[in-house]
Design a protein around this ligand. Structure first.
Ligand SMILES: Nc1ncnc2c1ncn2[C@@H]1O[C@H](COP(=O)(O)OP(=O)(O)OP(=O)(O)O)[C@@H](O)[C@H]1O
Ligand SMILES: O=C(O)c1ccc[n+]([C@@H]2O[C@H](COP(=O)([O-])O)[C@@H](O)[C@H]2O)c1
Length: 196
């Protein structure tokens, strides 16, 4: 079986925190591939993304350009309605029966796992790889036992970057250089993304 770590996200925009979390998970868990899957309509987020789906996917492609273990996928962008992970996992398992999927999530998402749609069924299908995220407390003990059993926590160099901070910096006319890969940086600037 080919081991795939699926990293879903709003990626509005993708940044070095995402890439380093993915690479840390790949190394720690011996993953063959990491797939970056931008959410069409992210669940549990108060505000929808600022950039449209194709623009966020384009930034993912630019960020992972020439990385042999990384892939960008549009499966959630093509789907109507809220992008529940259970639906994505089921369709990926059907499309790629030769692959074994796990889900890579940062600590903020680890803490809200019990609120995920059909979480019992999801946890029966996949394992979760939780990555410690700068500024977020990991509350593994607060999770129900069935989730703790399906969760591995891995470490990564703590990197306090968030897409919110990047969008805020752009709105204030501040620099985002070195927070995102150079090809994402030039794309954001060229297209005037996140300007106020
Ligand atoms: N700096 C980081 N370190 C580790 N994990 C991260 C980091 N930033 C995001 N993640 C994780 O990546 C996944 C996708 O995150 P998302 O696209 O929402 O980015 P974000 O920076 O949290 O965005 P926003 O600030 O808009 O909420 C989530 O599981 C999140 O926990
Ligand atoms: O399926 C759910 O109920 C669910 C609830 C919260 C988050 N997720 C997924 O977790 C990933 C990271 O979410 P976010 O909001 O931090 O970008 C993304 O793929 C979301 O679709 C999924």
């Amino acid at each position: 079986m080919i081991k795939v770590g699926f990293m879903g996200g709003t990626f509005d925009p993708i940044h070095y925190g995402h890439l380093l979390a993915a690479e840390s998970a790949r190394e720690a868990c011996g993953l063959d591939e990491v797939w970056f899957i931008p959410a069409g309509h992210p669940p549990l987020k108060e505000n929808g993304p600022l950039a449209d789906g194709q623009t966020r996917l384009e930034m993912v492609y630019r960020a992972i350009d020439f990385q042999p273990h990384f892939r960008g996928m549009d499966v959630e962008l093509e789907r109507e309605g809220t992008s529940y992970t259970i639906d994505t996992v089921k369709s990926l398992m059907e499309l790629y029966p030769d692959r074994e999927f796990s889900i890579i999530i940062g600590s903020d998402r680890v803490n809200d796992l019990p609120q995920w749609h059909q979480i019992n069924e999801l946890a029966a299908l996949v394992r979760f790889i939780g990555v410690r995220r700068a500024g977020e407390e990991l509350k593994v003990d607060a999770l129900p036992a069935f989730l703790q059993e399906r969760l591995s926590i891995i470490e990564m160099p703590q990197i306090g970057i968030s897409s919110t901070d990047i969008r805020n910096r752009r709105a204030q006319g501040r620099s985002i250089r070195f927070l995102v890969p150079e090809k994402v940086y030039s794309f954001i600037r060229r297209n005037g993304l996140y300007e106020s």
